[in-house]
Ligand binder design. Structure first.
Ligand code: MSK
Length: 655
C-alpha cells in the first residue's frame, strides 16, 4: 500500500516500519481525514462572526449577501496575501542580516559575493565608485528595506521586467507599490463589507503576488547570494542514505540559510569534531530537509535527505540526533514524533515556536555561538541513540544553476548571454522551457506528479528548471544529473551533451523562483522570442503544491505572463466564474493564466499545446524532433559502432 503514498523507496521503506509500529504520519492522517468538501472548494466564508457561511446550494448567499464568487475570490486572495507575507518577511530578515553584517553587528557574516553586491547596488541606484564594500552593503540593505514600506511609486525591481510587461502592469493598475502595503491591501479589501467584486479581488491578488515575486522574494534571493555566494554547479547527493550510522546526525529544516550556514561552520569546527569523537561518534554529519536544505545544498553541497513529506520519516530512522528548524513547512507533528525517538527537536525562529519543543532563539549578532551550542546539544544526544534503520538510497545530482551561471555556461565569462538558449528555441531544437516547482502534498502520491511531468517535458525537448521540494523530488530519481540527458528528446539531449548540463536544472529554494523570472526576462529582452515574457514558449507547473506560498508564486508567474498549471483540486472550484476568470480573464488581461489540473497527463498535454501555440504566434518553425539527435554523443556512438564493425576508418572518413 505504501507505494500509493510515495514513489520514494526510502520513504516507502520507512512507512512500512511506521505502519507496523503504529507511528502516525501525514500519509495516514491524510487517509483518515478527508478534506472538507466545502472549505476545499472555496465555499466557506469565515470572515466575520455571523458565519461561517457555507455556500453549497445554487444561488445561495452568505448572511451579508456575499455570493460564492466573492467568497471564493476573497479566500483565494487571502492565500496569496499569506504566501506573499511569508516569502517577503523572509526577504526582510535577509536584508536586516545584511545590514547587521555591513555595520559590524553580525561579525560571523561577511559579504561573500562582491560582484553580486555591485549588481544589486546598480538596480537599487546605490553608488559604488571608490566606496568600501561594507558601505555599499549598508546602503543596499537600507534601500532594500525601504521597498517593504514604500508608500508611493512602485517597487524598484519591477524595472528588471521587460518594458512591455512593465507597461501592462501600469495600464492595469497592478504594478505593486510597497511590499508590505500590498499584503495589507488584500487583508483590508477582504474584510467584511469591503471589495465584493470577484474580478477586482483577483486582479488585486495579482498585484500582491507581484510584490512577492518582483519584490520580497527577489530581494531575498539577491541578498542571500550577496551574503553566502551565488550558486555555481556542484555535485551533491540526495535521500535518506546520506544519514550516517556512526556519526552524529544533525538535520537543518525550514527555509532561512542564516542559521544553517553557521551550523555548517560549527560542524566543521575541529573542536566540535573532537567533542563528537569523545562521545563515541566518528564525526558530525550535516544534512537538510525542505528549502533550508536547498540553500545549503546549492552553495555548500550539504546533502538533502528529502522534501516536505519526508520530514517525519527521517525522524523514524532513529538516526537523527538533532533536528534544528527555522521557518515554514515544519510539521507540528514533529514534536510528538521526536518524543517517540531520541531525536532532539529545536525551534529557533521568534516566528515559529512549537508547543513543548526546546526553543533556542536565533540572533544573528551571536550566530556562531548559538550554532555551536545547538551542535553541542546534538553531540550530547548521540549517546542516547537506539536502533537505527537508515534506507540505503543515495542519488547523485548537480545543483546550483543560478541565472548568472546559466548565462556564463552558454557563452563563457566574456560572452555570457542567453542567445544560444533563444536560438535553440527559435530553431526548434528546444520546443520550449518550463519551470516545475512547489511542494509535496499528502493528498497525492509523493513525487509521482513531479517526476511524471518532468519526464514527459524533457522527452518532448522542453528544458526544465526546478526549485523547492519539486527539485528535491526529481533529484531523488536522477533527473538532476547529466546522465538524465538519456531521457531527453533529441534536441535537448544535444544541448545537454554540448554544454555539459542536466536536462533539469536545480535553481534553488522556493524563494528562488525569482531566478526563473530573471531568466524569462533575459530571454524576452535577448531578442527573437517576442518582447515580453508572455511571448515565450514556456509554462509553469506546481504539480504537488500545498502551501499558500505556492499560490503566491503561481500568481506572480501568471501576473508576469506565464501559463501556470497547478495539480490537485482547485481551491475555488465551487465558483465557475472565478475559475473562468483565473483562466480566460487573466489571460486576456496579463497574458498568463492559472488552471488547476489534477491529472498530470492532461496537464502535460495542455502545456505542450500552449508551447506550440506560442511558437506559432512567434512564427517559429514547427517543432519536429526528427531534425535533431544526429550530433554530439549520439553521433560519436554511431561512428564508434562502425569503427568496431570495421566498416569505418575514422582517418579516411568524410563526416
Ligand atoms: S519547502 S513551500 S513544501 S516547496 Fe520551500 Fe517545499 Fe513547498 Fe515548503
Amino acid at each position: 500500500m505504501t507505494d500509493q503514498k510515495s514513489i520514494d523507496p526510502a520513504v516507502c521503506d520507512l512507512l512500512e516500519i511506521c505502519e507496523s509500529e503504529g507511528i502516525s504520519t501525514a500519509f495516514d492522517r491524510a487517509e483518515q481525514m478527508k478534506p472538507c468538501p466545502i472549505g476545499s472548494k472555496g465555499a466557506c466564508c469565515k470572515n466575520c462572526a455571523m458565519g461561517p457561511c457555507r455556500l453549497t446550494k445554487e444561488g445561495q448567499v452568505g448572511i451579508c449577501g456575499a455570493t460564492i464568487d466573492t467568497v471564493a475570490a476573497r479566500n483565494f486572495a487571502r492565500m496569496v496575501a499569506a504566501g506573499s507575507a511569508a516569502h517577503s518577511d523572509h526577504g526582510r530578515d535577509m536584508a536586516l542580516t545584511l545590514l547587521a553584517a555591513a555595520t559590524g553587528h553580525a561579525p560571523d557574516y561577511k559579504i561573500r559575493d562582491v560582484r553580486k553586491l555591485y549588481e544589486v547596488a546598480s538596480f537599487l541606484d546605490v553608488k559604488t565608485d571608490g566606496r568600501p564594500v561594507n558601505d555599499i552593503a549598508k546602503e543596499v540593505a537600507e534601500k532594500a528595506l525601504i521597498e517593504f514600506g514604500r508608500q508611493q511609486g512602485n517597487i524598484i525591481y519591477l524595472q528588471r521586467a521587460p518594458r512591455k510587461r512593465q507597461q501592462i502592469w501600469q495600464n492595469l493598475g497592478i504594478a505593486p507599490r510597497g511590499i508590505d502595503r500590498e499584503v495589507v491591501d488584500i487583508m483590508h479589501r477582504t474584510h467584511a463589507g469591503n471589495d465584493q467584486d470577484y474580478k477586482s479581488l483577483l486582479m488585486s491578488s495579482l498585484r500582491t503576488a507581484l510584490a512577492d515575486g518582483w519584490g520580497g522574494s527577489m530581494l531575498s534571493t539577491d541578498i542571500t547570494d550577496i551574503l553566502f555566494g551565488s550558486p555555481v554547479p556542484l555535485a551533491a547527493r540526495a535521500n535518506m542514505g546520506n544519514l550516517s550510522e556512526d556519526q552524529v546526525n544533525i538535520v537543518v529544516h525550514g527555509h532561512e540559510p542564516t542559521l544553517s550556514e553557521m551550523i555548517l561552520v560549527a560542524v566543521n569546527d575541529p573542536e566540535m569534531i573532537e567533542y563528537a569523537k569523545s562521545k563515541g561518534a566518528k564525526g558530525i554529519n550535516l544534512t537538510g530537509i525542505c528549502c533550508t536544505a536547498n540553500e545549503t545544498l546549492m552553495r555548500q553541497g550539504v546533502p538533502t535527505i528529502g522534501n516536505f513529506l519526508s520530514q517525519e520519516l527521517a525522524i523514524a530512522t532513529g538516526a537523527i540526533d538533532l533536528m534544528v528548524v527555522d521557518i515554514q513547512c515544519i510539521m507540528q507533528a514533529l514534536a510528538p514524533l521526536t518524543k517517540q525517538f531520541h531525536t532532539l527537536l529545536v525551534t529557533t525562529s521568534a516566528k515559529a515556536h512549537i508547543d513543548g519543543v526546546t526553543h533556542i532563539e536565533f540572533d544573528e549578532h551571536r550566530a556562531l555561538e548559538i550554532a555551536k551550542n545547538i551542535v553541542k546539544m546534538g553531540i550530547d544526544n548521540f549517546v542516547n541513540r537506539g536502533d537505527v534503520h537508515i534506507p540505503k538510497d543515495i542519488d547523485q545530482m548537480v545543483v546550483g544553476f543560478s541565472h548568472e551561471y546559466i548565462n556564463y555556461a552558454l557563452g563563457g565569462f566574456y560572452r555570457g548571454s542567453f542567445r544560444p538558449l533563444n536560438d535553440a528555441v527559435i530553431q526548434g531544437r528546444l520546443r520550449g522551457v518550463a519551470g516545475v516547482v512547489g511542494c509535496n502534498n499528502a493528498r497525492t502520491c509523493q513525487d509521482a506528479a513531479h517526476t511524471y511531468i518532468v519526464r514527459e517535458l524533457i522527452k518532448n525537448d522542453v528544458l526544465v528548471v526546478m526549485t523547492g521540494c519539486g527539485a528535491i523530488a526529481c533529484a531523488k530519481y536522477g533527473f538532476l544529473s547529466p546522465e538524465a540527458a538519456q531521457y531527453a528528446g533529441p534536441g535537448l539531449r544535444e544541448i545537454c551533451e554540448a554544454v555539459g548540463i542536466p536536462p533539469v536544472l536545480h535553481m534553488g529554494s522556493c524563494v528562488d523562483n525569482t531566478r526563473i523570472l530573471t531568466v524569462l526576462s533575459q530571454m524576452a529582452t535577448e531578442g527573437g522570442l517576442g518582447e515580453d515574457i508572455a511571448d515565450i514558449p514556456g509554462v509553469g507547473f506546481a504539480p504537488e503544491w500545498m502551501s499558500e506560498k505556492a499560490i503566491s508564486i503561481g500568481c506572480y508567474f501568471v501576473g508576469s505572463g506565464v501559463y501556470t498549471i497547478f495539480g490537485s483540486e482547485s481551491p475555488v472550484a465551487n465558483s465557475p466564474a472565478v475559475v473562468r476568470f483565473m483562466s480566460e480573464g487573466w489571460e486576456e488581461h496579463v497574458g498568463g493564466k492559472l488552471e488547476f489540473i489534477p491529472d498530470p497527463e492532461e496537464a502535460v498535454r495542455k502545456a505542450l499545446e500552449h508551447i506550440d501555440k506560442k511558437r506559432a504566434a512567434l512564427g517559429l518553425v514547427e517543432y519536429d524532433p526528427t531534425r535533431y539527435g544526429q550530433s554530439g554523443d549520439a553521433l560519436m556512438l554511431k561512428l564508434l559502432e562502425k569503427v568496431e564493425e570495421g566498416t569505418l576508418n575514422l582517418y579516411s572518413a568524410k563526416l
